[in-house]
Design a protein around this ligand. Structure first.
Ligand code: PHE
Length: 450
């Protein structure tokens, strides 16, 4: 049976669906707020274009050539004598670790869709705090049920495989997500807050830029493009051989960046219009936004519901892509059937995810933490700050140094990359990306502090 492959648009949307996630709509706006706006956005844009894009194209290139799960693709693509590079393919395990908390956050979003629909959104900041803290700290059962729903959705899509599952879900959800965000942006354009939001996001105040902001911007560039954990290898293994990985990586980077910027401008228009505080951290969309929107009466409740639906779509398409690499690994290497691979993997992260939920509760928190850090945070830190950058570093070294020179001819012929761009890409993989990643990791461990 011929291998099922994505259509061209299907591949771009699936890869963009992987990239566009909670990172774009929830995290990017709030870290922009925490680090003071424009200057942070500037560093983020530079890093995404220079480092993120290069590694994304390199990762897709490995999948395109290998045509299999991440481990097998590394093994097939590595030159003779260097086959132990296959171990780099185990980076897919990061996706499973991310899912233990990512699925929980999607569950929170489901809860907020429910609150919008049932008229239960908070109307004051105090109430907003109680609503959120109750969900996260006092109602593990509610959080677990929503986490279960997210897991079941992901499993159902993955059962359908590449065409009937992943491609179809993305062909439906991604255009809807983009339409909703554009609609909300157009709505926000009528506000005076819109101009302030643009100024906040695009007029850099360099005095606010410190080394921590730079490190966060580099880290986020990895997370937002979904690189360094084999997702893009696994997806690209099923792309059409007539498609160029360079162009595909370009479109995915553009879409991902555009959606983050739209989400940021839209949210900050609301924030400034209603004189709320921009630098509030993770509670921005779960606490501040509902309070603002409920002031608009029924319109506001509808806007809130629509916003949380879009956020759920973004999260779900990423969740699918975080799980598929593990599923594909077991199908290819252990010859498991797809249903078996899907059920085993989703059940696994679902169960570990419950420990992440419990780690945030008042009653069980202490039992589910390591050295005082709740498991939820430990799973996040170990992936976001250690494993993803490490995966990115391995990809940069593999394509930049280990792959033989004929990569150049392939990139130019199959993938239609002009020589000038090829040289910049290679330079970035060999020098800029490794240097930036090592700098960031040393900083994260407190080994160097600038
Ligand atoms: N890029 C996704 C986001 O922005 C998260 C993600 C990371 C998804 C890695 C897949 C792989 O939320």
């Amino acid at each position: 049976m011929a291998k099922a492959r994505f259509s061209r648009v299907g591949f771009i949307l699936a890869a963009a669906g992987a990239a566009v996630g909670l990172g774009n709509i929830w995290k990017f706006p709030y870290i922009t707020g925490l680090y003071g706006g424009g200057a942070f956005v500037f560093v983020y844009l530079i890093t995404v274009m220079l480092i993120g894009f290069s590694i994304l194209a390199a990762e897709m290139f490995i999948g395109y050539k290998g045509g299999k799960d991440a481990v097998t693709s590394f093994e097939l693509v590595a030159p003779e004598g260097k086959k132990s590079w296959k171990f780099a393919g185990f980076m897919f395990i990061s996706g499973m670790i991310i899912m233990t908390f990512y699925s929980v956050v999607i569950g929170w979003i489901f809860h907020y869709i429910y609150l919008s629909a049932s008229g239960g959104l908070p109307t004051s900041m105090d109430e907003a705090k109680t609503t959120f803290d109750t969900l996260v700290g006092l109602s593990p059962l509610t959080a677990t049920l929503w986490h279960l729903l997210a897991t079941v959705f992901v499993a159902a899509v993955l059962m359908g495989g590449i065409k009937a599952g992943i491609e179809k879900a993305n062909l439906i959800l991604m255009p809807m997500l983009m339409a909703i965000l554009l609609g909300l942006l157009i709505y926000a354009m009528n506000f005076d807050g819109f101009g302030k939001a643009l100024a906040f996001m695009f007029e850099p105040d360099w005095s606010k830029l410190n080394s921590e902001a730079i490190v966060r911007a580099v880290g986020h560039a990895f997370f937002t493009l979904s690189i360094g954990l084999g997702t893009m290898i696994t997806y690209a293994a099923s792309m059409s051989h007539k498609q160029s990985v360079f162009k595909a990586a370009f479109w995915v980077t553009m879409l991902d960046t555009l959606i983050a910027l739209i989400a940021g401008v839209m949210l900050y228009s609301f924030i400034f219009q209603f004189h709320a505080e921009p630098g509030q951290g993770p509670g921005l969309v779960f606490k501040t936004l509902p309070v603002i929107l409920t002031q608009l009466g029924t319109t506001g409740t509808v806007l809130a519901a629509i916003f949380f639906i879009a956020l759920a779509f973004a999260g779900l398409t990423s969740a699918i892509s975080l799980t598929e690499p593990a599923v594909e690994y077991f199908i290819q290497r252990f010859h498991w059937s797809r249903p078996k691979a899907v059920i085993v993997n989703t059940t696994l992260y679902f169960i570990i995810g419950i420990s992440a939920i419990l780690s945030y509760t008042k009653t069980y928190g202490a039992a589910f933490s390591i050295g005082g850090t709740p498991l939820f945070d430990a799973f996040e830190f170990s992936t976001d700050s250690i494993l993803l950058p490490l995966g990115g570093l391995l990809i940069a070294i593999f394509v930049g140094y280990v792959l033989p020179e004929h990569t150049r001819e392939e990139m130019r012929k199959h993938h239609r990359v002009p020589l000038r761009f090829y040289k910049i890409w290679r330079f970035s993989l060999r020098y800029i990306a490794p240097a930036a990643i090592i700098f960031m990791m040393l900083n994260n461990f407190g080994i160097i502090k600038i």
